[in-house]
Ligand binder design. Structure first.
Ligand SMILES: [Zn+2]
Length: 207
């Protein structure tokens, strides 16, 4: 089942963070905020984001949490991506120029088969997309790179998803978030969430 076509993406632009869970939207809305440094700091402060490491219990690092919802955070260069909503989410982002650093051996053989017809820059870009999608899926399930990325398939010929029973009991859907200069992938359990994308520019860095 194709996952990209089912999602509705709306893009709105604000210069200041707002309280995102104050009586708006629905449970399956996913808010994706693309932030500069200052807007990011204001946003995570406003949302009350906390950290807790599943390995050592530290609150200085580890998985972010927020009261009354779910949150996932990724960074790509100067871009900070904060995804949050009423359902579990996992988001990952990479600058789309870092195509050299990713090796196809991290992919499942079924994914390599999908990419086999591509060459050069197109192949490198496709590998990066699969890689970011896999990291998003593993951030959703919470195991991160403790799960070997070549053990499961996220890129199928007909869409982006992970079948149930491999890394989660439910099917995982992966959606690409459009962003200039970065590859951003969002993973969740809903086939067609409403994706609300905002670009939060730092006051000193308005476009
Ligand atoms: Zn730790």
């Amino acid at each position: 089942m194709p996952s990209d076509g089912g999602s509705r993406i709306s893009t709105r632009r604000f210069s200041q963070p707002r309280n995102l869970h104050a009586g708006r939207g629905s449970a399956i809305d996913v808010h994706i905020d693309l932030c500069g440094q200052h807007a990011y700091a204001a946003l995570v402060g406003g949302l009350g984001v906390r950290r807790e490491c599943p390995d050592c219990g530290s609150i200085q690092h580890g998985r972010p949490t927020v009261d009354g919802g779910h949150i996932s955070i990724a960074h790509a260069g100067d871009l900070h991506v904060v995804a949050h909503g009423g359902e579990p989410v996992g988001v990952d982002a990479e600058p789309d120029r870092q195509v050299e650093g990713i090796d196809a051996v991290a992919l499942h053989r079924a994914e390599r088969a999908v990419l086999a017809s591509l060459e050069g820059v197109a192949r490198a870009a496709a590998i990066l997309q699969v890689w970011v999608a896999k990291e998003a899926a593993l951030k959703l399930t919470g195991t991160g790179l403790r799960t070997a990325p070549e053990t499961f398939v996220v890129r199928h010929p007909d869409g982006w998803y992970v079948e149930p029973g491999v890394i989660a009991t439910r099917r995982i859907y992966v959606h690409r978030i459009p962003a200039e200069g970065s590859v951003i992938m969002l993973a969740g359990y809903q086939p067609a969430p409403r994706l609300v994308v905002r670009r939060r520019n730092d006051p000193a860095n308005l476009e």
